[in-house]
Design a protein around this ligand. Sequence first.
Ligand SMILES: [Zn+2]
Length: 299
Amino acid sequence: MLPLVYHPGYSPPFPVKHRFVMRKFELLMRWVSENGYVGQNNVFTPTSAKYEDLIQVHHKDYLGALAAGPRFNPDWKAVGLPWSRALIDRTFISPNGTYLATKLAMQYGVACHLAGGTHHAFADRASGFCMLNDLAFAAVKLVNEGKKVLIIDLDVHQGDGTAAILASVPEAVVCSVHCVDNFPFEKQHSDYDIELPAGDGDEHYLAVLETVLANVLFDVDPDVVIYDAGVDVYQGDRLGKLNLSLAGIMKRDCMVLEACQALQIPVSTVIGGGYDHDHFALAARHGIIVQAAHSIFVK
Ligand SMILES: [Zn+2]
């Protein structure tokens, strides 16, 4: 079985022409369903994250300001998204979705969260469409349960918020492979940072990744992996600067999942970034990770 984690509130009403495609979660769920990945009992619905867990990774005043609404300007500008209560509600659910997917992965080998990857959120501030850091949230919760966690972040942008939050958590290790010439322009230090030049394509990217995966999985020897499968590495992405093809993204995702499977390390996935005027094509692109997980773990 391939567990999927999704909440019907993930795509709240939102300006259609905005650079951030809020519809993509709902469209991805539709794509996943239409392509036969939804069965009788493999979709799991997360609840809102608890304050007592959120406070482990985010500052109290910041959480209060987020919950209070748009009055916490000027910080709202850093989010880059128009405020709505429904947006805040889904923001507080998604971190628990990544945690739930990771718990399911520990049970079933793999699980896909059809959202998540808000890796620019810092402990005390929003950045780049990200308010709460689901990766750090899930990792810290698992570390508190005695697990060693490896985050493999292959979104085209560096997960600066994740790196900063987890810098003081040695049992949560962050490996980021990203484009050096892209947002965020002030990079943080992850445990492993692999910087690729703009324009890098399938061949070099996949060769680098193969080496990185072998080294990092061996060095860290984690109990569980959380994989950010951002598709903004795609050659046609509006905000990415790498040059991966769709086949290249499929190979990338399979490489990560197969490496985890070979070492019997449970792996959960989040969808991360992806930007396109064609919302349906974008949803299908985010579907690649589900397709890859199904082909490797379910067949
Ligand atoms: Zn990104």
